[in-house]
Design a binder for this molecule. Structure first.
Ligand code: UD1
Length: 448
């Protein structure tokens, strides 16, 4: 065969361009920012398009690195992915050459595992890298694998790969999770749409991004219904059709900008902002004394000017939707530095989501990390510019917020982590009057 499609047996990570954010803080924000489409919806929608051979079209897709990785991964499988204009992606999965999702994709983005359900269900087999392998860090996918088995898949695990087969078609069944998993729910849901018979998923995640996926699958002709808040029922179909979909706005990006205005001060209007999806978070902002006003699809925030008073403390415990989103816990921690007294954080979902607070401490934050799930932040204190390192997406955005509020200049290493999930974050803050630049690593490390 003359096909020279790239096929990586060995994992060789691509070199990541080393860039930093350089932020001169202490300036209030002012103006309007448009919220992009939701990362956690867009990735699953692109994966869902592999359930049909017909063309699917998506608008309001965020222009972020994770979407590019998903598009590239689909392209490597032989799926046709077009990107005709900003925010528009078209996917046609008529023929798929490779039913293989390599370690390279899993290493770049854990969410590549969302391809497991749709590929297995439509094509009857798939080999997919375990993103929870020791090579990348502890990130379990056992719930996804158990869900596929509950739908009749035969799965072997060899050398870091799941080798999965569906004898004939997958068959509907009871998918019962021990606790709520967002992508676990979505993988089961995607697989069940083409399975034979009825599937009941319980407890099903209630995140708005899951419902966006349900809405798209219904347009494709899938028989999917949320019959109770924590239950999704699917009647499998033989075939699905192509469809069009406008991705819902990103509630996590919106929440990040709400905190930015609160912590740096100033008046900011968020356009295309999903107030309805932010209930718990906005309630907490209200308790802390942040002025937030929700319009039909706008959010207006008025933050206290730097040094002009303090907010009230809060005790934040993360929880699955409709609880307080774990992805908004890191930004909220930054706001706690401007509260009079000690605020408490209880991270109930992930174990590695408080370590980055050590970087915030370098900016002068009074942080006590009590254990892997609990921390305390005491304020009010003025942050000061510092040299810090980004370890992941949400921590990275939060360090930018800290730098915006801080006196002086901050150099934030590891800008690529933020690009994974925030579209043009430096441009958006720049347009709100912030002094922020993205620079190559070596230029910025010379003293300025
Ligand atoms: C999704 C979101 C992420 C968000 C998280 C929780 C995407 C691409 N990512 O991640 O931004 O922070 O929901 O709202 O949508 N778990 C297991 N076994 C599994 C799967 C998960 O033990 O097979 C555990 C996880 O380690 C975690 C908990 O379940 O402790 C919940 O994780 P989950 O809801 O599955 O998160 P993701 O879907 O990966």
């Amino acid at each position: 065969m003359a096909d020279a499609r790239p096929f990586h047996w060995e994992y060789r990570p691509d070199p990541v361009p080393r860039e930093v954010f350089r932020v001169e803080g202490g300036r209030p924000l002012a103006g309007t920012v448009r919220i992009s489409g939701a990362k956690n919806a867009a990735l699953k929608l692109l994966a869902a398009a592999t359930l049909t051979g017909e063309r699917c079209r998506f608008t309001n897709v965020p222009e972020i690195e994770d979407v590019r990785v998903m598009a590239e991964t689909l392209g490597d499988l032989g799926v046709v992915v077009d990107h005709p204009a900003h925010g528009i992606y078209e996917v046609a999965a008529g023929d798929v050459d490779w039913l293989f999702v390599p370690l390279e994709a899993a290493a770049k983005m854990r969410a590549s595992f969302i391809l497991f359900g749709p590929l297995l269900s439509r094509f009857g087999r798939v080999i997919i890298s375990n993103p929870g392998g020791d090579r990348i860090g502890r990130r379990p996918v056992n719930l996804h694998v158990d869900a596929m088995r509950a739908l009749g898949a035969e799965i072997e695990y060899r050398n870091g790969y799941y080798l999965a087969k569906a004898p004939g078609r997958l068959r509907g069944g009871e998918v019962t999770f021990p606790f709520v998993s967002v992508m676990g729910t979505e993988n089961a849901l995607l697989a069940a749409t083409l399975a034979e018979g009825r599937t009941v998923i319980r407890p099903a995640a209630q995140e708005p991004e899951v419902d966006d996926l349900v809405a798209f699958l219904q347009k494709m002709g899938a028989a999917v219904e949320r019959t109770a808040p924590d239950t999704i029922v699917v009647e499998g179909r033989r075939r699905l059709r192509g469809a069009e979909h406008h991705v819902i706005p990103d509630r996590i990006e919106a929440g990040t900008f709400v905190v930015a205005a609160a912590v740096a001060g100033g008046r900011v209007t968020l356009e295309g902002a999903p107030c309805d999806y932010l209930g718990s978070f906005i309630e907490t902002m209200g308790q802390m004394g942040v002025q937030v006003a929700c319009g039909r699809d706008t959010i207006e925030v008025e933050g206290l000017a730097p040094g002009a008073g303090a907010y009230r403390t809060a005790d934040v415990a993360t929880a699955p939707y409709p609880g307080f989103a774990t992805d908004l816990q890191p930004p909220t921690s930054v706001l706690m530095t401007r509260c009079a007294g000690t605020s408490r954080l209880h991270e109930t979902i992930f174990e590695d989501r408080l370590e980055w607070l050590g970087e915030l401490r370098k900016m002068g934050a009074a942080v006590a990390i009590l254990d892997s799930h609990h921390a305390e932040v005491t304020g009010p204190g003025r942050l000061r510019g510092a040299e810090v390192d980004i370890s992941d997406l949400r921590a990275g955005a939060s360090l930018i917020l800290g730098a915006l509020a801080a006196d002086g200049i901050s150099t934030i290493h590891g800008a690529h982590h933020v690009e994974r999930g925030y579209e043009n974050i430096d441009r958006k803050f720049h347009d709100l009057g912030a002094r922020i630049e993205r620079l190559p690593e070596q230029v910025s490390s010379t003293p300025s």
